[in-house]
Design a protein around this ligand. Structure first.
Ligand code: KG4
Ligand code: ZN
Length: 333
């Protein structure tokens, strides 16, 4: 089955064609970084406008790279939520129009289920259940996954998402946007033990997260030192900040796996492309005899191949959406 996936929940306009839920024939991602970077974060109204301009060319590109015409597409998968409502509506409107005109089935999917399913585009030997840590700009959640449509929430952030913390710390240090990628790069040149930033574990057995405290700790550290001192220490500060975030993410993920008696971990979401997190999670999980699967970085950050993948799963099961589906900006899972 040839599925066209469409993703427009935040600041990436993306379209992809995936065959049989497995083979990526094209995966086009148009990033809006240039639009939002001067504001240090995504401006929702500007994002929707840019999606409107980009969505048709991005879909045409996805078809061209896959060497297919729209007539050969057998189903459409589109991100229905959660996300920015104006952005979601652009993808949804185009998806519904194509489904109507070509008379093919459409399914609206959950963005986070898309992130979790990304690993199936690359891995054949992955059975259920597994623990998934979903870390993105909007989410930091641990799930016990029994099936792609059966993700049980074990814990989530009570304040900022991990990606949000990366972006906010990068902003307060004037490092540019999006912060995660910049911090990842600079941290490689820094000492992760230079500054002892706090790790919020909360109660011993809690699988919830909190990242607003560390952001404030970085702010206080910067405020109490001169500009000259800080600019000479940037790499050490970001390396120490990143280490504190990674410590909490890794330890809680291992705790979730061990306490659930599950031996497989899947990392997902934009922050899953963080090199330090990938390395530390693999190292520490191996010590405990746990298996770790992490998608390639291009399938961790927002993309439409993962949307086509989860869409294929639902369409195969006969689940379709009607043409009156609406965007769901807050959609718990
Ligand atoms: O999944 P995603 O592309 O969009 C959302 O669904 O939110 O995640 C975006 C987030 C941003 O906060 C970005 O700073 C972060 O992922 N991110 C990273 C890295 N690459 C992207 N954070 C840390 N290290 C990275 N290499
Ligand atoms: Zn995402």
């Amino acid at each position: 089955m040839l599925i066209l996936g469409i993703e427009s929940s935040c600041d990436e306009t993306a379209a992809a064609v995936v065959a049989d839920g497995k083979e990526i024939l094209s995966n086009i991602i148009y990033s809006q970084i240039d639009v939002h970077s001067k504001f240090g974060g995504v401006v929702p109204e500007l994002a929707s406008r840019r999606h409107v301009e980009a969505i048709i060319p991005v879909i045409e590109d996805a078809l061209a790279v896959a060497n297919l015409s729209l007539d050969e597409i057998q189903g459409i998968a589109v991100t229905q939520g959660p996300g920015l409502v104006g952005s979601l509506l652009v993808g949804l409107s185009v998806a519904k129009s194509i489904a109507y005109v070509k008379n093919i089935p459409i399914v609206g999917v959950h963005h986070i289920e898309g992130h979790i399913s990304a690993i199936f585009l690359e891995e054949d030997n992955l059975g259920f259940p597994f623990i998934s840590l979903v870390v993105s700009g909007g989410h930091t959640s641990l799930y016990l996954v029994h099936g792609l449509d059966d993700c049980r929430l074990l814990g989530h952030t009570r304040d900022d998402a991990a990606g949000e913390a990366f972006d906010k710390v990068a902003k307060l240090l004037n490092l540019g946007y999006p912060g995660g990628v910049v911090i990842d790069r600079l941290a490689k040149e820094g000492n992760p033990k230079a500054v002892d930033f706090p790790r919020a574990f909360m109660s011993h057995d809690s699988l919830d997260f909190s990242f607003s405290g560390i952001k404030t700790a970085v702010l206080n550290y910067v405020r109490t030192r001169s500009k000259e001192v800080i600019s000479g220490q940037i790499n050490d500060i970001v390396a120490s900040f990143q280490e504190a975030i990674v410590d909490v993410l890794v330890i809680k993920t291992l705790t979730a796996a061990l306490s659930s008696g599950v031996n497989t971990i899947v990392l997902a979401g934009g922050v899953a492309s963080n090199t330090r997190l990938r390395t530390r999670l693999k190292e520490m999980a191996e010590e405990k005899g746990l298996r770790v699967f992490i998608p390639s970085p291009i399938l961790c950050t927002d993309n439409a191949a993962m949307i086509a993948g989860i869409g294929d799963y639902y369409l195969r099961k006969g689940k379709t959406s009607s043409l009156d589906i609406n965007a769901v900006s807050r959609w718990p899972r």
